[in-house]
Ligand binder design. Sequence first.
Ligand code: GTP
Ligand code: NAG
Ligand code: MG
Length: 243
Amino acid sequence: MRGRKVVVKSSHFQFVLLLFYLLLHTMAAGQDRWQKDAADQNFDYMFKILIIGNSSVGKTSFLFRYAEDAFTSAFVSTVGIDFKVKTVFRQDKRVKLQIWDTAGQERYRTITTAYYRGAMGFILMYDVTNEESFNSVRDWVTQIKTYSWDNAQVVLVGNKCDMEDERVVSTERGKQLSDTLGLEFFETSAKENLNVKIVFERLVDIICDKMSESLDSDSNLVSASKGTRLNEHTSSTNANCQC
Ligand SMILES: Nc1nc2c(ncn2[C@@H]2O[C@H](COP(=O)(O)OP(=O)(O)OP(=O)(O)O)[C@@H](O)[C@H]2O)c(=O)[nH]1
Ligand SMILES: *[C@@H]1O[C@H](CO)[C@@H](O)[C@H](O)[C@H]1NC(C)=O
Ligand SMILES: [Mg+2]
């Protein structure tokens, strides 16, 4: 009995150590990269974007495809959180994206939700071959509402649309859910590079629109937080499913 207790405690302790290490690691890496970013003043905006969704839906692969234009079929589940920086040009503006790839596994939830603050956009991902990941979308929306800024913009993404034979979530169901939630919707494939770039560009456009909208109505950035909430969106009628 005693031995068992000690084992439990020590693995718990190891886990806390791991969390602590991760936190320091990302903070150090973040600071390092922030300094580099600060040195490069060649951008008009900096947006923080998070990719969230259940484990194995393809978040890391999606970002890897976007940032490095590559894909690997090996599954290495993300530990904690990491980010990549990429600059895009939209509407004559240089927009620097800081894209955070979060771990989908439940046990990292305390870490990952801590990064929701200040995020301007979310890519909420499920896997069209995984019913449970689709059924969890509402839970993820709740997480966003709980931990992020009211004005955060969200795009719903059904990934792995190249796997037509294993598909269990139809495009129609994805579309329906996105309409109910008031989110724009895309089906994507990190493997076949379908709709990956479009998702990021669309999200940047939505954030830009939202920004100028709040600036127009209040001429004051501080009051932007009084704007539309997630559940009150009216947009999102376009089906973007080219798979
Ligand atoms: N066929 C196909 N496989 C994919 C696609 N995207 C990802 N995968 C595979 O799905 C598995 C999981 O991908 P990851 O990107 O690691 O998943 P994740 O969402 O980051 O998972 P966590 O880090 O645990 O949250 C890997 O084996 C990938 O190769 C896709 O578009 N099509
Ligand atoms: C998927 O994510 C939801 C929402 O966070 C969570 O409740 C559920 O346990 C996850 N499922 C798996 C298999 O990890
Ligand atoms: Mg991952």
